[in-house]
Design a binder for this molecule. Sequence first.
Ligand code: SF4
Length: 338
Amino acid sequence: MNSQPLLEIKDLQVWFPVRRGVFSRTSGWIRAVDGVTLDLYAGETLGLVGESGCGKTTLGRAIVGLEKVQGGDIRFQGQSWMDLPAAELRRQRPHLQMIFQNPHHSLNPRLTVQEIITEGLCAHRRISATERETEALRLLADVGMNADALYRFPHEFSGGQRQRISIARALAVHPELVVCDEAVSALDVSIRAQILNLLLDLRTRHGLAYLFISHDLSVVRYIAHRVAVMYLGKIVEIGVASEVLKQPRHPYTRLLRQSILEPGRPRKTGIVQLGEVPSPSQPPNGCLFHPRCPYAIAQCRIEPPQLLPAPGTPAHRTACHRQNEWEEKGESRSIPLT
Ligand code: SF4
């Protein structure tokens, strides 16, 4: 893997104003993404997991320029995008593309498949009708679809085929990084496996990097090299996928892992039992997870934990005051509840 990250996110903040009253005055802020720092390497898949509303989609949208950023830095191939002139930023944007969750809503029903998948291409350079058709046919073949799809409309296709069209649209401008936002969540289980295998195949053939956003840890375990766990706008654990998902250190990741359905193992309901996620407009003091954490101690209510490496595994970092106790005592069951 290249030592220079393809994408570097530093202390990124995406806040939304809470407006009240007849004059719509700003009375507070929803901190959807609050101080996120991440690296992503060429050819790598970074899984981004967490419950609904934790800020993972907002982070993905901010990376591709669909959300306004309040603070922090986004660097692509070593160059900061925050101070780039608008024209240069437009030239750089095609390097980063996004595949959306629901292919039923993300494709324009009035456009043919050819128009949809070459729309981005035409926006960035002039191309002839012949070249447009040739490119569209190449992209369709790339995602495993027949040439007869070219002049048909989205409603004529199944959910899996529509997601293939969405992927072809993202690939049209030769991106280096694709943000996949719950890209298989809306699909049937059998189709889900086909799309995941297609994404893996495209990653190998085109050297793509993915930021793979999902609430489903079993899907992330299948496709990701590394995993970042997000809670209330912050990363609480990050590391190699097999380590984080097999031996999670943060109590929140442990609870997320319990929600994976495995054959012969009943689903546990830890997260549901621990109550509601606090509002991102009024986040708790100290560790953001402390109102739901069965292991919280007095320090957790006052002092925010830093994302720190575990002893002996520098790439596995966790934001928990008690992470070293898990290491010393083994299973979390042996740590006294408070
Ligand atoms: Fe729980 Fe405290 Fe760790 Fe937060 S810092 S996850 S409250 S033990």
